[in-house]
Design a protein. Sequence first.
Lengths: 295, 420
Amino acid sequence: MTELLQNLIDGLGRGSIYALLALGVAVVFGIMHLLNFAHGELITIPGYLTYWAFNQGWNWWTVVPLIIVSAVLSSLLIERVAFSRVRGASDFTLLLTSFGVHFIVAAGFLLYVSASVKPYPRPGWFADTIAVGSLNIEVFDLAVIVVTIIVLAGTTWLLQRTMFGLALRAAASDFDTARLMGVKSDSVIRGAFALSGFLAGIAGVFWIMREGQVTPTAGINPMLQGVLAALIGGLGSLRGAVLGGLVLGLAEVLLRSWLPVGIQNLTTGFVFVMIALLFIFRPGGLLSVPQVERV
Amino acid sequence: MTIRKLMALLAILAMLAAACGSDGDSDTATDDAPAESDEGDAMEDDAMAEESHSLDIDAVLAADLSNCAEAPTGDPIKVGMVMDFSEAAGFVDVPGSEVVPYVASLANCAGGINGRPVEVEVRESGADPALATQDLIDWGAQFFIGPPFADATLPMQQTGGGEYAIFAAASTEPTLADAANNTFLVTFDDNGQSSAAAEFALAQGFTRAIVFTEGEGVPYSGVNPDAFKAAFTAGGGEIVSEQTYAWFVDTDFSAQVNEIAGVADGTEVFFSAAAAFQVTALRAQMEGQGLETVNYMGTDALDATGIIADPGGEGMVHTPHTLLVEGTALYDVLDASGTLASDAPSFMPLYIDSMFLGIQGILDCGCDDPAGIADAVKEISSFPGVSGDITYAGTNGIPPKAVPIVVVENGANVLLDTIG
């Protein structure tokens, strides 16, 4: 029982990071129908800045804002340089563009920085635990869960209570009609990318802290987890993205614990089998949203 | 008819004489009283051997590029390098492809190898190592230095028809070595380094071990733990927990640590082939769960991924390929070539040795054809390389090199033992 509770907390902690990543993916998908495979670069670029900052003598108090700000700016820059050029193009073109951005960023770091692992120190409290009865709860997991709740509450307020949120939701529902109603497409798209970058930045803080290193392809895993979680939850659904992230995190930790010793290394495979089964029975994900086909 | 018989008799006598002469040539060392002409042959052989083994590594490393000897004018020795500049192997192959041409320039500055200049040509393997290999064959490469993974070296073998000696400079992959097809490791293999780690752990009195693996038989991430387990249990040790993980991916080991916490008592030695950032993350999580006295051991992956630069790496034991000592000629060469500051400087001597081993093959066979060079490389014994003594004779291409066991102390590797 203790191990189960321990694993549940660990799974929620991991799933919270996935939820933030998935939410960023879902925000952009809702507006542009873009499954952004360059979302991981919002972790890679701040990761290298983290490495640089620690070499300049910075500490985590100053690095955390650097990560968030650089993720937002990177997201806006990628939109400006790449996606704004193909706005209105087919979903497939957008998808290929996002792949292109990913490969260019990775190749850039590979060529001009290094092919190897660039380490930096994790925060001192990274693996500290708090004893609650027989449980040893990682402070890191608690911090992730608490911050995620706060960020999700803030995001909900932003989307539900502000004009920007209203425009974003209107555009996500029907972009063309929203434009006819006076919503400025540039503003709402840039706003969506900024919000997506902010969410990736918050997730990135924890991801980068836990990794303790960065490589040119450091963004692949967070991107995959974010996209997977968004797919599980139902592409385009913001609540679904959060749910998908939590489900994915819990599934990874619990399956790893429950599988027999000989096949534990198949955990990822089992997770993918479960996702495949989910898509057979619920092709739209856990909280599917009706898709409006653009013509 | 008589003339024919006479000619046949003369022919037989001539053949007998030739055969006797041949005996004398090849057996001078065992003749009790060699004939005068045999002594002469033996002296000639010695002189040839002297010349053929005249690879003076110390002189090459000591060459002063600002004050070179007369430029060598003989036929060039052509070294082909097919290198992987991707994230997978770029951390060693990028600086490796810089240090070898630099050492070749030192060799040329020192007057070349028996008056022959050394030329090095580098091609990136990219997505098509076969094309890169063919390009270098067309250029005239006599042997190759290749990347550390089989997905590149196997196409290289096939492209060269198995005739070219290929040195997988930075590889420890045991299945990659294949003397029959002229593919050689330059350092110890995974079995060697992990068995040595187990032997060292047992010698320190450890009897309980925690092992992380990616699965039995999985290249590197599984083969190293397999070898450690086999040697550790054969020596009387017990594996108290075996956990799986994703190599180079996982940094959250919560599920594994929860299980380990149920069986470990802190007296264990931990072993894996994981990267530095993974072991330091795991260690922090283990210590967070109260397992603060576990001892950590790893493979050359720790060295390759910057364990000495990682604040969490203090006290970890691992098996690097070489220990670079300041003030030595090798250290100065790496410094001057700019590779001392690279990501994996301790791998650089393996690249330098790869070039020297190929050249030694050329000197030994006295030939320039790739197959002859490769045959000579197979017979190399006790070659005094900059990374240690290397022997291929009687092996399948894996030199039985000693494994240094080091501990990270104050951000530097400190030698604890040398095994093998």
